[in-house]
Write a protein that binds this ligand. Structure first.
Ligand SMILES: N=[N+]=NCCCCNC(=O)[C@@H]1[C@H]2[C@H](O)[C@@H](O)[C@H](O)[C@@H](CO)[C@@H]12
Length: 445
């Protein structure tokens, strides 16, 4: 049994496009994910976030679940297309009104809102007019949106995350093409990474200016344990590059003020175009780093590869429904590395969780022992990291609800609460009841 620190905060989360639904309601504009999902063949079963978990209408019921869990914080994202339907200019009051209802209900429930300003749902109009994140202008449009939102919520929301996982939306959305907007252009993908980081840096002073003495700003980056399939120089170099691409390309400009030299060298003339002053904007000091961890990837050299090296499947070890290896030690490695190499002032573990094939029993219960085991093993590693001095202030399980898992649609269930989509009925899974006890006792058995 391990005891977590007195002030340690427990949470969970959802994100706008994955749970809200109400895609055409109350003035919401089209997002690139609406457009992507409308393209046949992009999403399993051609599913979309049009309805999702109907959280837009059921948020009060979902906040009651948060209260039942006893969480102290709740991660959610604000949908840019609800606030500025065309991405710039006119503000949609009904969009602000929804998040007013959500935030006020959270505060009423004594739950700290942790708001992410961008979780991949770019207004489609900016994709059409500017080319989306390929265009530097989109970073400035993001800054305008951030100004509107933080002016409105700055006295009630004190914990802000600018972007969620820019690496994933940059590369899966613009290089691999399995995420919106579905581009497959290596040069463009790397250029978007710079515009995401610029958008982040532009947002930081705006959030502070529109906040108060309690305002804290961060960004959420995703981390995967990366190991070479062998200790040959080629496999080791391929792994080092992928660590650069997925981790250091974002950590270094934010916390060290420059892109990692080894990656810049590798990219050659594929390196993103930047402007004088960008580095200083991107490196503006943060109050905390949000970190997501799920799994390990074992990397193999490939002589034909340039920007993406393949991973190999590890036999004989547990995998989740996403075919992600269960590798708890990786969360310890990630946390201690951030502390050792980047001296991050404070860290929140924003997402950690697993998709398993959950099913409802005849008595309306859901047994998910594998998720309980996954969470327990990762939390024990988290505790070890904290005991070694990592400034981890809180942990949030992904996710509160089963939800729209991007290109996988609804077949992947990450929730500690089961969602029966045809009826929208919520059922707390065994892992939810287990997490409730963890929070109440602040211990993991
Ligand atoms: N091999 N392998 N790779 C593991 C790499 C994981 C990268 N994907 C994420 O972290 C996404 C993050 C997202 O915020 C959320 O919106 C998604 O629902 C979860 C679950 O997918 C995670």
């Amino acid at each position: 049994m391990v005891q977590f620190p007195e002030q340690f905060r427990w949470g969970t989360g959802t994100y706008s496009y994955q749970v809200e639904g109400a895609a055409h309601e109350d003035g919401r504009g089209e997002s690139i994910w609406d457009r992507f999902c409308a393209t046949p063949g992009t999403i399993v079963n051609n599913e979309s976030g049009l309805v999702a978990c109907d959280h837009y209408h059921r948020y009060a019921e979902d906040i009651a679940l948060l209260k039942q869990l006893g969480v102290q914080m709740y991660h959610f994202s604000i949908a840019w297309p609800r606030i500025m339907p065309t991405g710039r200019g006119p503000v949609n009051q009904l969009g602000l009104d929804f998040y007013d209802r959500l935030v006020d209900a959270l505060l009423e429930a004594g739950i700290e809102p942790f708001a992410t300003l961008y979780h991949w749902d770019l207004p489609q109009a900016l994709q059409d007019e500017l080319g989306g994140w390929a265009n530097r202008e989109t970073a400035y449009a993001f800054a305008e949106y951030v100004d509107v939102v933080t002016k409105h919520f700055g006295s009630r929301i004190h914990n802000w995350l600018t972007l969620n996982e820019p690496a994933v939306t940059a590369f899966e959305g613009h290089e691999i093409g399995i995420h919106a907007p579905g581009a497959r252009d290596v040069r463009l993908a790397w250029q978007t990474t710079h515009h995401f980081l610029l958008a982040h840096g532009l947002a930081v002073p705006i959030i502070r200016a529109n906040g108060d003495e309690k305002t804290r700003v961060g960004i959420t980056l995703n981390f995967t344990q990366l190991d070479p399939v062998s200790d040959t120089p080629e496999d080791v170099a391929a792994t080092r590059f992928m660590d650069g691409k997925m981790h250091r390309w974002f950590l270094d400009p934010i916390f060290r003020g420059a892109y990692p030299a080894d990656v810049v060298k590798h990219l050659g003339d594929y390196v993103p175009k930047t402007e004088t002053g960008d580095a200083e904007i991107i490196a503006r000091p943060l109050d905390f780093l949000g970190a997501n961890y799920y799994t390990r990837s074992v990397i193999k050299h490939d002589p034909t590869a340039f920007s993406e090296y393949p991973s190999v499947d590890v036999e004989g070890v547990e995998h989740t429904e996403m075919d992600w290896e269960v590798y708890p030690r990786g969360i310890y490695n990630m946390l201690t590395r951030l502390h050792r190499e980047y001296a991050v002032p404070r860290i929140y573990l924003v997402e950690n969780g697993a998709a398993f094939a959950d099913a409802v029993n005849p008595d309306d219960t859901v047994d998910d022992p594998r998720r309980i085991a996954y969470l327990r093993e990762h939390l024990l590693q988290v505790h070890t990291a904290i005991a070694e001095g990592v400034p981890l202030a809180g942990y949030s399980v992904w996710a509160l609800l089963d939800n729209f898992e991007w290109s996988e649609g609804y077949r992947m269930r990450f929730g500690i609460v089961y969602v029966d989509y045809p009826t929208q009925k919520r059922i707390m899974k065994a892992s939810g009841h287990w997490y409730q006890k963890v929070i109440a006792s602040n211990t993991v058995h």
